[in-house]
Design a binder for this molecule. Structure first.
Ligand code: AVJ
Length: 321
């Protein structure tokens, strides 16, 4: 049977569903097999990611929050008054609240996220908490273009890109996105970005293999999503979450590994998996301060401030075009 999402089937829904299946099949026909990590964030995936952020092993969110808290006065001074704050991959906008609490008369807040449901709920909560703030959410994939709401197209903006989300992107794609950001933020704007730093393999690997299995559930949820939205029939018992640090590329690599030889239907066709064959679902790149700065400079951005935690686990940086 062909599984189609509930609700009316109309021209607006159908091409999107088929487009998703088509994109996924294309990646599964490549070698090695891959699925873009942005597809991890359906409604359930976004909620599981919020749970990851609370895990004892997942130091990233906690550390970034600490850095923001300890330096909020300096950060707010860098951003300046009347900022138009645009956040990429805003999710639950938890860290943003620190900024919104302290920024001087922000012009508006534009959260951009791929998960429509999550974005809507977050916007509702923010409007309740900050009644004076104009909140203009945009559903979209910011890796190709940074769309702006009507009336804001020509303004300088402060782009907020926390959470080491940039780490998901291979270096070339990261550079392309930094270039898009440099063009968008304009002469009076800037980029406030959080990224993860090099550290011991054991600390890194624990963060992506948590003892409660939340990260594994987050990975496996992708297969559930394909079953629902891409006419697939993955048996989730027959795949496992694999995450390890690749030191030569300075990145965590995350895969879904086939436990046995098997054939899975995806979209219209059959995809075969050998035993132990993997689907690449995520990279999480780790940087040095010098390496990140160099990449940013090559994309037209100049670092003006950087803030670190005591263990040098994570960095928050402000850059200007
Ligand atoms: C949202 C990309 C920053 O790489 O740490 C966490 C995603 N995946 N655990 C990361 C993720 C599994 C996360 N980023």
């Amino acid at each position: 049977t062909c599984r189609i999402p509930p609700g009316p089937i109309n021209a607006a829904v159908e091409p999107k569903v088929n487009g998703f299946a088509r994109e996924v099949v294309k990646g599964l026909l490549e070698s090695p097999k891959r699925i873009d990590s942005k597809h991890l964030y359906d409604e359930r995936g976004s909620k599981l990611f919020d749970k990851i952020c609370q895990l004892p092993e997942y130091y990233l969110t906690r550390t970034e929050q600490e850095i923001m808290q300890a330096n909020v006065a300096d950060i707010v001074r860098e951003v300046g008054p009347n900022a138009l704050l645009v956040e990429l991959g805003s999710g639950s906008s938890q860290k943003t609240r620190l900024l919104l609490d302290r920024l001087e008369a922000p012009r508006a807040y534009v959260p951009i996220d791929i998960s429509a449901e999550h974005l809507r709920a977050t916007a509702r909560r923010l409007r309740a908490k900050y009644p004076a703030l104009e909140v203009k959410p945009i559903v979209g994939d910011f890796t190709h273009q940074i769309e702006m709401p009507a009336g804001f197209a020509d303004t300088s903006v402060c782009i907020y890109f926390p959470g080491s989300t940039i780490g998901n992107l291979p270096r070339d794609d990261a550079k392309k996105l930094l270039r898009i950001i440099a063009d968008r933020c304009g002469q009076d704007g800037g980029l406030l970005i959080g990224f993860d730093l090099h550290k011991s393999k054991s600390v890194l690997e624990a963060a992506y293999n948590d003892s409660q299995g939340v990260t594994a559930a987050f990975s496996i949820n992708l297969l559930r999503r394909l079953n629902r939205e891409a006419n697939a029939n993955f048996d989730i018992q027959r795949f496992r979450h694999v995450a390890f640090y690749n030191p030569s590329m300075s990145r965590i690599e995350i895969y879904l590994e086939s436990i046995q030889d098997q054939v899975v239907r995806v979209g219209g066709g059959d995809i075969s998996f050998a035993r132990h064959e993997r689907i690449l679902t995520e990279y999480s790149h780790k940087y040095t301060l010098a390496g990140f700065s160099e990449m940013a400079e090559e994309s037209g951005l100049t670092p003006t401030s950087v803030w670190l935690d005591q263990r040098n686990y994570f960095a928050v940086m402000y850059l200007e075009a």
